[in-house]
Write a protein that binds this ligand. Structure first.
Ligand SMILES: Cc1ncc(COP(=O)(O)O)c(C=O)c1O
Length: 386
């Protein structure tokens, strides 16, 4: 495990730092599709930018170092990264997924990979005994998010990895909500880590990107082949922006988490609030497990207002906090999972896993906490039905 000191340094100097050719402290944006070869069969390590690009390579080396993996790969979106990982599987294989998995991951499995004979089943990954009994011979991987979106459900990543190792299958962790600054799944036993880097890693809501980190050379070769074959790579400019975003990940996350703890306490004590879901609260599901596998509870909070508060009035009364998809940017965002991020999950499944109409998800930004709480307070008070 990296010490906090090493992690702060790696965020800024990790991977391929600067540029040997010119001394530029920042990795240049190599905006090129191709590379002149010296003579037949002799080049400087790059032939064509789908296969490899120096700016992307610097980002890929950086995320591999931060996650403690064998290699990293950068994609044009989180979903392109998810799809590349799912392309490891073949007809007849089955993947077990956490019940609160991101809606897009469910959709690509259900509507795209299912067409190619790759099956999935939705499991309660918090119950390790039940999960182990579900690993039948056709199961080739367990796909988890912890915390899982939007109820912030915590899964024991060491426990899942132990089961997967015993059964000879992969553990895949979507680490978008935590980032390697707060949680490093490969160190806990996972084989593959996936990110929507659009979120905290980018950090400024100004790019869409995805990352994959693998734990072994064998997986590295397979993902490199899939990346080059299917071609959903991240461009040089967005690779540069992502490297730039990652430099401040540590200081941003510290501030996000400080604000999130204060917001969770505020919501917990508020008379209008029925329930708060935040892994940083002692009474929350999986609190002890999260404490052992992550630095803290992160900065995503979900909550439900009591029945006598009108949720539509609440959303339309917010002035500072933007009603928007996505999360992890410096600005606070709010969303309604049932009609937004998780709309692609059928209603009966949504109900079964607890994604109610009244559920609200908050991505706490790094603004002054007073402004965030004032905005929540005035919108809650306007939404009360007398
Ligand atoms: C946990 C998680 N995984 C994957 C994705 C997909 O990423 P992208 O939107 O960058 O394609 C998202 C997007 O919201 C997400 O929240």
């Amino acid at each position: 495990m990296k010490s906090e000191n090493d992690m702060y340094t790696a965020l800024i100097h990790g991977g391929i730092y600067g540029d040997e050719l010119t001394g530029s402290v920042n990795v240049p944006i190599y905006q090129t599709s191709t590379y002149q070869q010296e003579r037949l069969g002799h080049h400087k390590g790059y032939e064509y930018s789908r296969t490899g690009n120096p700016t992307r390579a610097a980002l890929e080396a950086l995320i591999a170092e931060l996650e403690g993996g064998a290699a990293g790969y950068a994609f044009a979106s989180g979903m392109a990264a998810v799809s590349a990982v799912l392309s490891l599987f073949e007809t007849g294989d089955k993947i077990l997924i956490s019940s609160n998995v991101y809606g897009g991951t469910f959709r690509v499995l259900d509507k795209v990979f299912n067409q190619f004979g790759i099956a999935y089943s939705i499991e309660d990954t918090t119950d390790l005994e039940a999960l182990e009994s579900r690993v039948t011979p056709e199961v080739k991987a367990i796909w988890v998010e912890s915390p899982a979106n939007p109820l912030m459900t915590i899964t024991d990543l060491r426990g899942v990895s132990r089961i997967a190792r015993k059964k000879g299958i992969y553990t895949i962790v979507d680490n978008t909500f935590m980032t390697p600054y707060l949680q490093r799944p490969i160190q806990l036993g996972a084989d593959i880590v996936v990110h929507s880097a659009t979120k905290y890693l980018g950090g400024h809501s100004d790019l869409v990107a995805g990352l994959v980190v693998v734990s072994s050379e064998e997986l590295s070769e397979r993902i490199a082949f899939i990346q080059n074959s299917t071609g959903g790579v991240l461009g040089p400019f967005d690779s540069f922006l992502l490297i730039r975003g990652i430099k401040t990940l540590g200081v941003r996350m510290d501030r996000h988490v400080e604000n999130a703890n204060l917001a969770a306490e505020f919501l917990k004590k508020h008379k209008a609030v029925k329930k708060v879901y935040y892994p940083g609260l002692e009474e929350s599901q999986g609190y002890e497990i999260n404490r052992k596998q992550a630095k803290n509870g992160g900065a995503m909070i979900s909550f439900e207002l009591k029945e006598n508060y009108n949720i539509e009035t609440f959303f339309s009364s917010l002035r500072l906090i933007a009603l928007a998809e996505s999360l992890g940017g410096v600005e606070s965002l709010i969303c309604h999972p049932a009609s937004m991020t998780h709309a692609s999950i059928p209603e009966d499944i949504r109900r079964k896993v607890g994604i109610t109409q009244g559920l609200i998800r908050l991505s706490i930004g790094i603004e002054g906490i007073g402004s965030i709480l004032n905005d929540l307070e005035q919108a809650i008070s306007k939404s009360e039905e007398k």
